[in-house]
Design a binder for this molecule. Structure first.
Ligand code: PLP
Length: 384
């Protein structure tokens, strides 16, 4: 029997140190490993770019939690994405990506990998005709269909199993950026996706103190190619970063339960405020993806977007008026954050088809006390 999520989070890859008995596996702060004679490796380790026990511990933990067979830890989410694309695609290949993917993902594919020879087309992933048109634009070279669900910051929900079928029919692999949902709430590989990517900077690290990224797969052939590029390019996470990420990941389950319940309360409260035009949260019954999210996710997560009747001015004012919520980029930490995407996280897609509405504020609802979060939002809205 497979152990439960929290048991795997705490124990996978985390056996105590056999030499000293240290319950927490140590941080192996070393760049290289002594050899007993040429090629005589003690633990299979040779040089830190190729492998480090602390990074391996995190990778084992990530693979176990995403129900994959192999995970690769990188120095950032975007480094993970870049290495993944270079590992599996060639110049001339085509990527179909959701029309509301994270701005940095779009910038990477458009401005870095575009000149390298990768073409792309965006699609509304909930609309089969739109996906078909974007696949057709690849002229038989569509290799990846790339989706975020829930998406950032529009909180759109896409049917992963259905999209996996569409991708397979097109001869492409389905890549799911699972950063918002986390492996606690959603396991794309179980739903038919081929590859999961994460910005571990967010919920997985969970404490806003480390940048990192990961790729998780089930297929051994894909794993071999990604592992080779991880080693050959070297965009790896360092031992300290890997250790911090592992420590955060051990409490992901309890944190996500609390993020989800706080976000539910914030979303419900915001929906009743006169200054609010629309709340985007898949946990609300009137969200267009509500039933689908209830089916493919364990709970609805901690991210809430809100659009204000007072337009851009009201959104900016709200973003700058809170006391418990901190105005900052990023998300997924224990502390509540407020972000104005069109000038902050999504400034790189301003003026493109991925542009975010100017009356929208995105909330990363933390795990503080619910009453304090509601009181803070109340005083901020009163100032609009
Ligand atoms: C932050 C983020 C990324 C990029 O990750 P970094 O760790 O910042 O490089 C990718 N996808 C999503 C959904 C994100 O929120």
């Amino acid at each position: 029997m497979t152990e439960g999520f929290n048991t795997r989070a705490i124990h996978a890859g985390q056996a105590f140190d056999p030499t000293t008995g240290a319950v927490v596996p140590p941080v192996y702060l070393t760049s290289t490993f002594a050899q007993d004679g040429i090629g005589g490796l003690r633990g299979g380790y040779e040089y830190g770019r190729g492998g480090n026990p602390t990074r391996d511990a995190l990778q084992e933990q990530l693979a176990a939690l995403e129900n994959g067979t192999a995970a690769f830890s990188f120095s950032s989410g975007l480094a993970a994405e870049d290495s993944l694309i270079r590992a599996l695609l060639q110049p001339g290949d085509h990527i179909v990506l959701g029309n509301d993917v994270y701005g940095g993902t779009y910038r990477l594919i458009n401005r870095v990998l575009g000149p390298w020879g990768i073409s792309h087309a965006t699609a509304d992933m909930a609309d089969a005709a739109s996906v078909e048109a974007a696949v057709a634009a690849g002229n038989g070279r569509t290799r990846f269909v790339w989706v975020e669900t829930p998406s950032n910051p529009m909180m759109k929900i896409t049917d992963i199993a259905a999209l996996a079928d569409t991708a397979r029919a097109a001869g492409a692999l389905l890549v799911v950026d699972n950063t918002f949902a986390t492996p606690y709430l959603q396991n794309p590989l179980d739903l038919g996706a081929d590859i999961v990517v994460h910005s571990t900077t967010k919920y997985i690290g969970g404490h806003s103190d480390v940048i990192g990224g990961a790729v998780v797969v089930k297929d051994a052939g894909l794993a071999e190619k990604i592992g080779f590029v991880q080693f050959a390019v070297g965009a790896v996470s360092g031992p300290l970063d890997a250790w911090l990420t592992t420590r955060g990941l051990k409490t992901l389950g309890v944190r996500m339960d609390r993020h989800s319940s706080n976000a539910k309360a914030v979303a419900a409260w915001l929906s009743e405020q006169a200054a609010v035009e629309r709340v985007l949260y898949p946990g609300l019954a009137d969200h267009p993806g509500h039933e689908l999210a209830a089916r493919q996710m364990k709970d609805f997560g901690g991210m809430v977007s809100v659009q204000l009747k007072g337009g851009e001015a009201a959104a900016r004012k709200l973003a700058e008026s809170t006391r418990v919520f901190t105005l900052a980029e990023s998300l997924g930490g224990i502390e509540s954050l407020m972000n104005y995407p069109s000038e902050m996280t999504h400034a790189s897609v301003k003026g493109t088809e991925l542009a975010v509405p100017e009356n929208l504020v995105r909330l990363s609802v933390g795990i503080e006390d619910e009453a304090d979060l509601l009181e803070d939002l109340d005083q901020a809205l009163q100032g609009l």
